[in-house]
Design a protein around this ligand. Structure first.
Ligand code: FES
Length: 107
C-alpha cells in the first residue's frame, strides 16, 4: 500500500492508502475524491482527471508520454508545468507521500 494525498483548491486534504498497481485516478474515484471526473474511464481521452503534482515530488514521476502530453492541452483548468492526467499515473511505492493538487474545475 502506498499513501497519497489529494488537496482541493480550498486547501482541504484527504490522505488515503492505495494498493500498488492502481492509478491515481482510480484511487480518487474509489475514495470519493471530489474534483476528479474521469469521464473516459482512464483512456486518456477526456482530460477530466487533471491534477497538479506538488512540485516537490515532480522528479518522482516519469514524464508524460505523447498521448498524455497531447491530451493535457485539453484540460479545462489551465495547464501548468506540473499538470498530469491522474489516469496515467500508476501507484508504486516510489510515490509514497505524494501530494496531488486538484484544479478548481474539470469541465
Ligand atoms: S480519465 Fe479521461 S483522461 Fe484520464
Amino acid at each position: 500500500m502506498t499513501q497519497i494525498t489529494f488537496q482541493n483548491a480550498r486547501g482541504e486534504r484527504l490522505t488515503i492508502d492505495v494498493p500498488d498497481g492502481s492509478t491515481v485516478m482510480q484511487a480518487a474515484v474509489s475514495n470519493g475524491v471530489d474534483g476528479i471526473v474521469a469521464e473516459c474511464g482512464g483512456s486518456a481521452m477526456c482530460a477530466t482527471c487533471h491534477v497538479y503534482v506538488d512540485p516537490k515530488f515532480a522528479d518522482r514521476l516519469p514524464a508524460p508520454d505523447a498521448v498524455e502530453d497531447e491530451m493535457l492541452n485539453s484540460t479545462a483548468a489551465e495547464r501548468r508545468i506540473n499538470s498530469r492526467l491522474s489516469c496515467q499515473l500508476v501507484i508504486t511505492e516510489a510515490l509514497d507521500g505524494l501530494v496531488f493538487l486538484l484544479p478548481d474545475h474539470q469541465t
